[in-house]
Design a binder for this molecule. Structure first.
Ligand code: PLP
Length: 365
């Protein structure tokens, strides 16, 4: 199988497996006062410091969570404090579903947030919480977070940034971005599912927990932390692949797809190197995914819910792409992708497009 669905989950990195196996050998709960507990606590705090250093935060401002979804939910729970809420139109459901009734910040055709609209909205009422993702999971579009953070601070607003897809692919630094919190997820970095973090700006101090319990994480998240998962998470932080090489492979994939009638969604905007959203007009996304799967290629439709049922992409709809929003597949290159893998994708895509769109594509590829 050729796996080109890194934005769903990156393949596990060997560094994570080694660190997790070692952590599994540690007996003890980090909350216990005896020597075994202290050993577990040391492991937990070393992981916390490594993650903090990688992403420009202080160790004490890292709150471990079960993943990106919980980190986003915790941010909304902890930072809103009765504020008005504004979310980007292309946010992940981890934000959208956790902020019902929030106002929505529009994006342009590239998927980039409208900062003039943000300025107007911020000026139009009392202090707010704004949620804007750093990189989009479907298109890879990168948002101007530093500019948005400066605008938010000018207006006394807080900015939460979902950096789940950006981490490990572009620089992510809480201090440099100037935002108030950042959500991370280990399995998007080649670590295990089951660990993530919310990184907080030092000025926030204590934030109320979403999960109440035994006072772990300085009272900000109850529950015994999963040490092996957290050790695996820390082990993959700071491991960045060669993004120029990835961008070259992506460009070749896009060139082949466009020759066969595809439209690359958000192609003109700032984007992650590993992600492309390919819309094939008049061909349903789920039919494309199934055809490619039968040919040994794993990619996603623009948006898939937990049942696996494909829905029209709210991301592409927000970008004004109309019916193409139901006709796009997402190809996301993993950290260990090979040229042979993208060659195989290109051949399979050509076969699929010729079969499914005979009237609009070259008959001989
Ligand atoms: N935010 C973004 C942008 C994502 O792409 C995802 C997962 O696809 C999440 C949040 C949720 O992360 P997790 O799967 O760790 O809960």
């Amino acid at each position: 199988m050729v796996y080109l669905d890194a934005n769903a989950s990156e393949p596990p990195r060997p560094e994570a497996k080694v660190a997790m196996a070692a952590a599994w050998e540690v007996t003890g709960n980090p909350s216990s006062v005896h020597a075994a507990g202290r050993a577990a606590r040391r492991l937990l705090e070393d992981a916390r410091e490594k993650i903090a250093a990688t992403f420009g935060a202080r160790g004490q401002d890292v709150v471990f969570t079960s993943g990106g979804t919980e980190a986003d939910n915790l941010a909304l729970h902890a930072l809103a404090e009765g504020r008005r809420i504004l979310i980007g139109a292309t946010e992940h459901d981890a934000i959208r579903e956790a902020a019902p009734g929030a106002d929505v910040l529009p994006v342009d055709r590239r998927g980039v947030a409208d900062l003039d609209a943000l300025r107007d909205w911020l000026a139009s009422g009392p202090p707010a919480l704004v949620c804007l993702m750093l990189a989009n999971n479907e298109t890879g579009t990168i948002q101007p977070i530093a500019e948005a953070a400066a605008l938010c601070r000018d207006h006394g607003a807080r900015l939460h940034v979902d950096a789940v897809q950006a981490a490990g692919r572009i620089g992510v630094n809480l201090t440099a971005l100037g935002c108030h919190s950042i959500a991370l997820s280990a399995h998007k970095l080649g670590g295990p599912a089951g660990a993530g973090a919310l990184l907080l700006a030092p000025e926030l101090g204590f934030v109320p927990p979403l999960i109440a319990g035994g006072g772990q994480e300085r009272g900000r998240r109850g529950g015994t932390p999963p040490l092996p998962a957290i050790a695996g998470f820390a082990a993959v932080c700071g491991l960045a692949g060669d993004q120029t090489w990835l961008a070259g492979l992506r460009d070749r994939v896009e060139a082949v797809a466009m020759r066969h009638g595809a439209i690359v969604c958000g192609r003109d905007g700032p984007r992650l190197a590993n992600t492309t959203s390919l819309a094939l007009p008049c061909v349903r996304a789920d039919a494309q995914v199934i055809a490619l799967d039968l040919d040994g290629i794993a990619v996603s439709a623009g948006a898939a819910c937990s049942s696996g049922k494909v829905q029209t992409s709210h991301v592409l709809t927000a970008m004004g792409l109309g019916s193409l929003a139901g006709q796009a597949i997402r190809v996301s290159l993993p950290w260990n992708v090979s040229e042979a893998a993208t060659d195989a994708f290109e051949a399979a895509y050509a076969r699929m497009a010729v079969r499914m769109k005979p009237a609009l594509v070259p008959t001989a590829a």
